[in-house]
Design a protein around this ligand. Structure first.
Ligand SMILES: Cc1ncc(COP(=O)(O)O)c(C=O)c1O
Length: 390
C-alpha cells in the first residue's frame, strides 16, 4: 500500500506494510475493553489455534522470536563451554541468543542457491563441544532438514529451528518448527503473521514446553498469570530465575485473526512472487531459486542478487535509487561476519564464509506484502527494470 508523504506529492511505498483487517482492530479494542491486557485467555486461544495450524502439541507464546530462541537454548541445557552451529546469513538475534545463553556461536556457510545453511559445511564444523544446530529457514524456504536431522542423530545434537520467516513453510510435507526439538517463530510487524512484537516456541516434548512457560514469566510456578484472575490470588512459587518474555493478550488478539488470514495472505504473496519472477526474468540479476516441488515456501522475502559487473549498478546504489523512487526495499542480510562485534570478538573473517559474504554484498529484498496493490507491484517492477537496464 502506498501512503501520502507530508506534501502528498510523492507516495512512498513502504517495504513491509502490515496487512491488518477490521477483525484484528475490533479484537484489540475488545481486549482493551475487557480489562485483561496481559497474558490471559486470548494468549491461550492463540496458542491453541497456532498449535492446531502447525499440527503441534506443545506451544508457548512469548514476546519475540529472540525470546523463543533464548528459552529453547536454555531449556536444552546449553551454556558455557558449548558450541552451537548456525548460519552466517541471518539476523543478529540468532547469533546473539547463543551468546546470551553463554555458549559459543560457530558459523557454517550457506548454499548459494537456496541461501540456507549447507549440511556439508555443518558437518565440517562439528567438534566434541558441539551441542546444537540452529538452521534458519531463510526467506521461508525450508532447510535441508533430512541431512541436518541425520547429523544431529549421529552426533547427539539438539536442533532449534529458527522459523522467523517460516510460519507456512513445509519440508517434504512436514511443517517447519515441528521437525527439530524446538521451532521458534516471529510475529514481528514485518513478518507473515503479525502481533506487533511476538513469538512462539513449538516444543517436541511436553516437559520442555512446561519449562519454557515457567522461564518466560520470571520462573514463577505454572499458571502464575492466573494470580490476578477470578480464581483469586493464591501463593506462587519461584522455581527458576526466569525472564520477562510472556506475550500479552493485546498481541494475541491480533494473532488469532492474522492466523485466519494466513493462507489468503500466502496466496497473495505467491502471486506477487510469480509476477516478479515473470517480469524480471530477462534482467542480468539472480532471482530467488524456485522452491522444490515437495516443499512449501513461505514466500516471506523476495530477494534479488545484484552483481555490479553484470547489472551495471551496485546493490547499494540500487537501494538508494529505489528509495529515491519512493520504493522501500530492504537487505536480508549482510552476513554476520560483516559486522564489527562478531569480527572483533570471534575473529571471524567474512571471506571465510564466501557464499554468505557474496549474498551479503549483493542481495536486496523487494516488497512482497499482501497489502500491495496491482499498481504498487507494477511500480516496483517498473523501477527495478529501469534501474537495472539503464
Ligand atoms: C532469521 C531471524 N531470526 C530471528 C529474528 C528475531 O525475531 P524477533 O524480532 O521476533 O525477535 C528475526 C527477525 O527479523 C529473523 O529474521
Amino acid at each position: 500500500m502506498t501512503e501520502g508523504t507530508a506534501d502528498d506529492q510523492v507516495e512512498f511505498l513502504r517495504f513491509s506494510s502490515p496487512a491488518i483487517s477490521e477483525a484484528e482492530i475490533e479484537e484489540v479494542v475488545d481486549t482493551l475493553r475487557s480489562g485483561w491486557l496481559v497474558t490471559g485467555p486470548k494468549v491461550q486461544r492463540f496458542q491453541d489455534e497456532f498449535a492446531a495450524y502447525k499440527g503441534a502439541e506443545h506451544v508457548v507464546a512469548v514476546n519475540s522470536c529472540t525470546a523463543a530462541l533464548h528459552l529453547s537454548l536454555i531449556t536444552a541445557g546449553i551454556g558455557p563451554g558449548d558450541e552451537v552451529i548456525t548460519t552466517p546469513l541471518t539476523f543478529a538475534a540468532t547469533v546473539n541468543t547463543i551468546i546470551h545463553a553463554g555458549a559459543t556461536p560457530v558459523l557454517a556457510d550457506v548454499d548459494l542457491k537456496s541461501m540456507n545453511i549447507d549440511p556439508d559445511a555443518v558437518a565440517g564444523k562439528i567438534t566434541p563441544r558441539t551441542r546444537a544446530i540452529i538452521p534458519v529457514h531463510f526467506a521461508g524456504r525450508p532447510c535441508e532438514m533430512g541431512a541436518l536431522v541425520r547429523l544431529a542423530k549421529e552426533h547427539g545434537l539438539v536442533i532449534i529451528e529458527d522459523c522467523a520467516h517460516a510460519v507456512e513453510t513445509e519440508y517434504q510435507g512436514r511443517k517447519a518448527g515441528t521437525i527439530g526439538d524446538y521451532g521458534c517463530f516471529s510475529f514481528h510487524a514485518t513478518k507473515n503473521l503479525i502481533t506487533g512484537e511476538g513469538g512462539m516456541v513449538v516444543a517436541k516434548r511436553l516437559e520442555d514446553a512446561e519449562k519454557i512457560k515457567v522461564l518466560s514469566l520470571h520462573g514463577l510456578s505454572t499458571e502464575a498469570w492466573k494470580r490476578y484472575s477470578e480464581s483469586g490470588a493464591s501463593h506462587y512459587d519461584v522455581i527458576a530465575p526466569g525472564y520477562k518474555y510472556n506475550m500479552m493478550d493485546i498481541q494475541a488478539a491480533l494473532g488469532v485473526h492474522q492466523l485466519r488470514l494466513i493462507e489468503r495472505n500466502w496466496d497473495r504473496r505467491q502471486t506477487i512472487w510469480n509476477r516478479y519472477n515473470e517480469a524480471l526474468a530477462d534482467l542480468p540479476v539472480t532471482l530467488p531459486d524456485d522452491p522444490l516441488s515437495h516443499d512449501r515456501h513461505a514466500y516471506h522475502l523476495y530477494t534479488v542478487q545484484i552483481d555490479t559487473a553484470s547489472a551495471g549498478i551496485s546493490r547499494d546504489s540500487f537501494v538508494e535509487a529505489m528509495t529515491g523512487e519512493g520504493i522501500g526495499v530492504s537487505i536480508h542480510f549482510r552476513s554476520i561476519p560483516q559486522f564489527t562485534y562478531y569480527r572483533e570478538t570471534y575473529g571471524w573473517q567474512a571471506e571465510d564464509y564466501p557464499n554468505a559474504d557474496r549474498i551479503g554484498h549483493q542481495t536486496v529484498s523487494l516488497p512482497i506484502s499482501p497489502s500491495l496493490t496491482g499498481d504498487d507491484i507494477d511500480r516496483v517492477i517498473g523501477a527495478t527494470r529501469r534501474l537495472i537496464s539503464s
